[in-house]
Design a protein around this ligand. Structure first.
Ligand code: ASP
Length: 440
């Protein structure tokens, strides 16, 4: 494909294809830009709070067949959703045919991955028909190795099959390995979109969802946070890892590797330009672009006089956590102590075992825990250039609010500062920092 022909790959999430009316919106979005030539749908998600996702219903069908129980009621819920969609989009009779295939497969106990993937498969067929595009099944393109990694052959297959100047629909969420259909982790249509975008060398990977983009803070904590226009992959990784949940950056590694911009867009507000996530950002006028955070961390503090001179002490400590299957967030050290910080849920039931291993292997002076604190991350690639100013604003803001900082970590090359505060002042701290850095 020449540069001019580089297509846009547009992935539509579950709410964007929740019913016929929503699919019609998708149709308008696709038609409004002829470069949107590769479409990757999820399975229909919830239409309201009480609703069920199609994938959840299919997983229920699988569970029931595994237990030799009747699954008809769950399947009926799947069929009536899809049949309603078919009626609304004038393709009821083919939908009945596709559902019949799914039904037979469940009866034949084709397994969890096959059954769970059928939501995307039917949605892909419906969309291809409605949009007048070619349906290419994901199992013909996305080949997975035994360890779940993408087989490089995938990119060749995509290049070969998506070569003509026409519209393609590829269902999200699954590929194929030597045993058959293999699904990704939940929310995995993002992965399909990213693989396909890399394969066709897309000019943009659009991720259509139900929010305007990545917000500068969690809207559950801060009232009406701003949408970020532009941020880098690294900034997004920081924000995502620390709590912003629009897009899991690990899921879209293929486009990051290829340097393809990601555009988060809102199916229900398509005029909004959304958030652009790019490799490099020149517009560095803002030092801080977002504030993210999570509650419920625990720190183990291991004290031993002369730890700084004891070779291998840090390795021994971290190994104990590794052997307990705990991944840590930070491990700040001082002369005679090391703290290891991790999420509370990881430690449940393991505390006594860790303490006894530390006692036995390190013979420490003291082991103590600090519980119930939150980590807040202030993110922006402009921070290193103005680190003193940012620190000054950060600490003076928290001081004014009477909030004590339990720990702080910052690396000169990094584009974030992470601080720890008590759980009960988490929301206050995020709001005050938002006002100081973003709303200012
Ligand atoms: N339908 C799958 C899920 O519910 C995958 C996706 O929506 O991306 O997790």
């Amino acid at each position: 494909m020449t540069n001019v022909e580089r297509p846009i790959v547009a992935k539509f999430g579950g709410t964007s294809v929740a019913d016929a009316e929503h699919v019609k919106r998708v149709g308008e979005i696709v038609a409004s830009n002829p470069d949107r030539r590769v479409i990757v749908p999820s399975a229909p998600g919830k239409r309201n709070k009480e609703d069920q996702k199609i994938t959840d219903l299919l997983l229920e069908c699988n569970l029931l067949t595994e237990k030799e129980l009747l699954y008809e009621q769950a399947f009926e819920a799947v069929s009536s959703r899809f049949e309603g969609m078919g009626r609304g989009l004038s393709c009821h009779s083919p939908v009945v045919g596709w559902l019949d295939e799914v039904h037979k497969g469940i009866d034949a106990k084709k397994g969890k991955d096959w059954i769970a993937s059928r939501g995307e498969w039917v949605t892909g067929q419906i969309l291809a028909r409605f949009l007048g595009g070619a349906f290419i099944d994901a199992d013909k393109l996305i080949i997975l190795k035994e360890d779940g990694q993408i087989d490089p052959l995938t990119y060749q297959l995509i290049k070969n099959q998506i070569s003509r100047d026409c519209l393609y629909v590829i269902p999200g969420f699954y590929g194929k390995d030597t045993r058959g259909i293999k699904i990704f982790a939940r929310g995995g249509s993002d992965i399909t979109g990213a693989i396909v975008a890399k394969g066709v060398d897309a000019k943009v990977y659009e991720n259509w969802t139900d929010t305007n983009g990545v917000m500068a803070a969690d809207p559950r904590l801060v009232a009406n946070p701003k949408t970020i226009n532009e941020l880098t992959y690294r900034e997004m990784r920081e924000l995502g890892y620390r709590g912003a949940d629009v897009l899991q950056m690990d899921a879209v590694l293929p486009v990051i590797e290829a340097g393809i911009p990601i555009n988060i867009r809102n199916t229900f507000n398509p005029q909004h330009p959304g958030t652009m996530i790019i490799d490099r950002r020149d517009s560095d006028t803002k030092d801080v672009i977002g504030i993210a955070g999570r509650k419920d961390f625990v720190a183990f503090k291991i004290e031993k006089t002369g730890m700084n001179r004891t070779k291998g002490a840090a390795r021994q400590i971290l190994q104990i956590f590794e052997e307990s299957d705990i991944s840590f967030e930070h491990a700040p050290t001082s002369l005679d102590a090391m703290s290891v910080i991790f999420q509370r849920e990881q430690i449940n039931g393991k505390e006594a075992g860790i303490r006894s291993a530390l006692d036995k292997q390190l013979n420490p002076d003291k082991v103590s825990t600090v519980d119930d604190f939150s980590l807040i991350c202030v993110v922006g690639q402009g921070i290193p250039a103005k680190a003193s100013d940012v620190h000054a604003t950060l600490f003076s803001t928290l001081k004014k609010a009477g909030i004590n900082v339990l720990s702080e970590s910052y690396s000169v090359n990094g584009n974030s500062i992470v601080i720890a505060v008590a759980n009960e002042v988490f929301s206050l701290a995020v709001n005050d920092l938002y006002d100081a850095f973003i709303r200012k």
